[in-house]
Design a protein around this ligand. Structure first.
Ligand code: 13P
Length: 341
């Protein structure tokens, strides 16, 4: 492990007010999103869609790193250029999702555990040779009626995240550590705050035990939000306040950056909430507050594309726009007016 390289890469991923583009949906998830807008669910369509994304003119103005899936990192542009080379040539750093997805957790009804630690060291070496400089592992935590999450689930997921992060650093790859508390349900913002705080404390405790160097990693958390079905939906500023307070309590200042997932928020709300954190509250933040959105960047483009060659340019414009809005949000310069231009 070259500590300085890890530190430099982690910093590079959050400098210049840029953020990450998560385009690492597993094949089943990608197919599900294709099916919703009537796009054929084939390997070639997934390849074509990812080519549309990475060839978007000007994407590198707002995006520092792109997270790929195992299928995508092996794919090529129509002309034969490997995706990894095409991405690297634009100055965007390639990353790779390395978890093997979630499974129902034994003995814990309604809860999930993320798998994929077996053989991970070898896979990371291979991905490193292919050009990946950072990685992602997502743990999923469900809130339900105050009964879950259980300590067992939080601890097992936190330990897996920490073991993944240690293996990444050993392979010279920056780990993006993603504990996601899902928005599904009718829980309140206060409950999400409590659970997020507990999960983050547990994750950082495990990262410490597994000897992960905090300066050479990024955290990818959820924002602190009320459940989607909760009757009380707080304002943008209330969400920004709660999220920043929670993170200040639980995330050590040695971590260079926090790159939020969007988690099912609308594209505009995700930008507005990130903007509010980077606007009024910036002087309180020891880390860069950035984004690592999938849906909140891609969804409008996917809906425009619909699998049609003739829609590629318009879809790329929509993708460019969302990336630009989120870069503006990192500076606290995003406004609703940007959506009309
Ligand atoms: P969303 O932004 O759509 O939540 O996806 C982020 C991600 O990478 C999930 O693992």
């Amino acid at each position: 492990m070259n500590a300085q390289e890890l530190i430099d890469t982690a910093k590079k991923l959050v400098t210049g007010d840029k953020g990450l583009l998560a385009m690492d949906e597993s094949n089943p998830t990608c197919n599900k999103r294709f099916a919703k807008v009537g796009i054929p669910q084939t390997e070639e369509m997934r390849r074509a869609y990812r080519e549309l994304i990475i060839t978007t003119p000007g994407l590198n103005e707002s995006i520092s790193g792109a997270i790929l899936s195992d299928e995508t990192i092996r794919q090529h542009k129509k002309g034969g250029t490997p995706f990894v080379k095409a991405i690297t040539d634009t100055g965007i750093i390639p990353g790779i999702k390395v978890d093997a997805g979630t499974k129902d957790m034994a003995g814990h009804p309604g809860e999930k555990i993320t798998e994929g630690l077996d053989g991970l060291g070898e896979r990371l070496t291979e991905y490193g040779q292919m050009g990946a400089r950072f990685a992602k592992w997502r743990a999923v935590i469900v809130i339900d009626d105050g009964l879950v999450p259980s300590r067992g689930c939080i601890e097992a997921n936190a330990q897996a995240l920490a073991r993944y992060a240690a293996l990444c650093q050993e392979a010279g790859i920056v780990p993006v550590v993603e504990p996601e508390i899902l928005m599904d349900g009718d829980h309140t913002l206060e409950r999400c705050f409590q659970v997020t705080e507990e999960v983050l404390h547990t994750v950082f405790d495990q990262l410490y035990r597994q000897r992960v160097m905090l300066e050479g990693m990024l955290l990818k958390p959820n924002m602190v939000l009320p459940g989607l079905a909760c009757l009380k939906q707080e304002t943008v500023n209330e969400v920004a306040d709660a999220t920043v307070i929670c993170l200040l309590r639980a995330v050590p200042a040695a971590v260079p950056g926090i790159t939020f997932l969007s988690g099912g928020q609308s594209a505009e709300l995700a930008s507005a909430r990130l903007n509010a954190m980077n606007g009024g509250l910036k002087s309180r933040l020891p880390w860069a507050l950035s984004f690592s959105f999938a849906r909140a960047i891609q969804q409008p483009a996917l809906e425009i594309w619909q699998g049609e060659e003739s829609h590629v340019l318009a879809a790329q414009q929509a993708l460019y726009h969302r990336a630009k809005c989120n870069r503006a949000a990192r500076r606290g310069e995003y406004s609703a007016a940007m959506e009309k231009t």
